[in-house]
Design a protein around this ligand. Structure first.
Ligand SMILES: [Zn+2]
Length: 392
């Protein structure tokens, strides 16, 4: 394959056995490497600092936290991720300041759709407070439609691309389990109304069927997790499959099961059983959604000690091993469909004339072994926007 790059775009693509990349006046020989589009992460948490528990994030002052977020942006690019959809920033301005610095060329990092913190209710996922104790994590607690509306507008004012909401509870959260739907119709509606007015997207942490239906009713297009989707919510997702994206974030649950105990997590057999049930349900539902033609994307909630930033390509292997994706389908989900999720399917995520020149040169064939994408030493070259971040 011969790819000619001009400026930040692919000017021409010619099929052929050997790989060549032409940039301005010189040609880079592929020497048997595989050329593919840059990877796209659908559920990034660049600011999550690879913390053990969520309240660790509340202990980091904004200045240090900005530097950590910038460092993780570079980490993702070093691992071949040239675009990221953020699924929440631990403080309101972390993602967007880093996004702006990347766009200005001041620091290396992927194209980033920035989010604010997760908007949650008292007792919901991200409300780590206890009576008399002030504890922050990755959420802003709102109660009532007016409160959600005000904070959503504040996030708009600061410049986020995505408003993240937590309508369902979560694994191992006694005050709001995954099966609980804790935001009201009016609260979800209020955030969606603000998003619509400002032309922003809404992404939802929605583990159960009622939360999924609530979100779809109000026009949420990004559904995270969806482990306990029921037949009706699966039908609704299928009906909206041209506009909706689902990212199960299996990577986080798998890593929690594998490595949680070494970080003091999942030490109780009951907790383990809950996490296992959630993983099994997620695998089952994603297989169904895939069969129904719904776009299911890799993206694994990386950003915790047991699941650190940089390991994001593990999710592609999970898709192949657990969800019945072929390697090509997993790569397409993490590239061309990722481009669609970025809202730029017409110019991002494919090696095609006219598209943005985000390219990887891989030592080996990821179609034969999807796991090689996890090894950054196999990334011979990483190009974003027509410029080599890593030259061959
Ligand atoms: Zn997340």
């Amino acid at each position: 394959m011969h790819v000619l790059v001009e400026g930040n775009r692919i000017a021409a693509v010619q099929r052929g056995e050997a790989v060549h990349i032409g940039v301005s006046d010189h040609v880079i020989e592929g020497h048997g490497a595989t050329l593919m589009p840059g990877l796209i992460e659908s559920h990034a948490h660049l600011s999550f600092a690879d913390a053990v528990i969520s309240t660790d994030l509340g202990q980091i002052p904004p200045e240090e936290h900005t530097l950590i977020t910038a460092r993780h942006a570079r980490t993702l690019l070093e691992h071949g991720f040239t675009s990221c959809v953020s699924a929440a920033s631990a403080k309101p301005r972390l993602d967007l300041v880093v996004r702006n610095a990347i766009d200005a060329g001041d620091i290396p990092g992927p194209r980033l759709l920035a989010a604010g913190p997760e908007l949650t209710v008292t007792s919901g996922l991200g409300d780590a407070r206890l009576a008399h104790l002030h504890r922050e994590s990755f959420a802003i607690v709102c109660d009532g439609a007016d409160d959600f509306r005000r904070v959503a507008r504040e996030m708009c004012r600061e410049g986020v691309n995505t408003l993240k909401i937590n309508p369902s509870g979560d694994t191992l959260l006694p005050s709001a389990r995954s099966q609980h739907t804790v935001m009201t119709d009016a609260e979800v509606g209020a955030v969606c109304e603000v998003a619509q007015a400002h032309d922003l997207r809404v992404a939802a942490h929605a583990r159960n069927a009622a939360a999924i239906k609530l979100c779809l009713r109000h026009g949420v297009k990004t559904i995270y997790h969806a482990n306990f989707a029921d037949a009706e919510s699966i039908d609704l997702l299928e009906a909206q499959r041209d506009s909706v994206f689902v990212a199960p974030t299996l990577g986080a649950t798998i890593a929690l099961l594998e490595r949680g105990p070494q970080f003091g997590r999942l030490r109780q057999p009951l907790d383990r059983a809950i996490a296992e049930e959630e993983l099994d349900a997620g695998v089952d539902r994603m297989r169904t959604l895939k069969a129904r033609g719904v776009r299911v994307l890799p993206g694994g909630d990386y950003g915790f000690a047991f699941n650190p930033n940089g390991e994001n390509a593990r999710d592609l292997e999970h898709f192949v091993k657990l969800l019945g994706f072929t390697a090509l389908e997993a790569i397409a989900a993490a590239t061309s469909q990722g481009g669609e999720m970025m809202g730029r399917g017409h110019e991002l995520g494919q090696v095609r004339a006219g598209f943005l020149a985000d390219l990887l040169l891989i030592d080996g064939d990821p179609l034969a072994d999807i796991a090689i994408l996890q090894d950054r030493r196999r990334l011979r070259a990483i190009m974003k926007d027509g410029v080599f971040y890593k030259a061959p």
